[in-house]
Ligand binder design. Sequence first.
Ligand code: GDP
Length: 164
Amino acid sequence: MGRPNVGKSTLFNRLTGSRRSIVGDEPGITRDRIYGEVAWNGRSARLVDTGGVIPDEEALIPAQIFVQARFALDEAAAVIMVVDGRTELAAPDLDLARLLQKTGKPLFLAVNKIDVETLDAAAENFRQLGLKSLTAISAEHGHNIGDLLDEVFAALPPQVEESV
Ligand code: GDP
């Protein structure tokens, strides 16, 4: 999950490769959700891209999230929140982090667009969100993707159909 343009689709494509499968078909609710399969170290999980469910206008965020993304959240065993590491931390990121924390699900912050290792420090801004897990990644170039997957899979129950 995350605001528009932070790189959710790019991350989704990097994690699922060509294993993207179903596009939801409930008009207005699941049509923006795209499902894919992530394989990692002999395990696999279903990944849901909620791209487009969060509008860019700050005031609309809380209401819209829970109308449109509630289904994805309900079925998720864990949540990856993606932010754009090249921007300053903004109120909508805080709102989203707080709302996601309230679900009680394991929550992983992926600070994206950290394309150069020396830019890792930029991810520090996002420590203010107070999330336990923060990984600086580049969805486009693949930096630290394995680290993110290690953390997420460690939080998933081992023998059930997994959904992230
Ligand atoms: P979404 O709206 O959150 O799904 O974002 P997209 O995946 O469509 O990406 C938005 C823009 O950010 C696109 O132009 C991507 O090419 C770019 N982008 C995504 N990941 C990265 C990254 O790791 N580094 C850089 N520099 N750009 C990225």
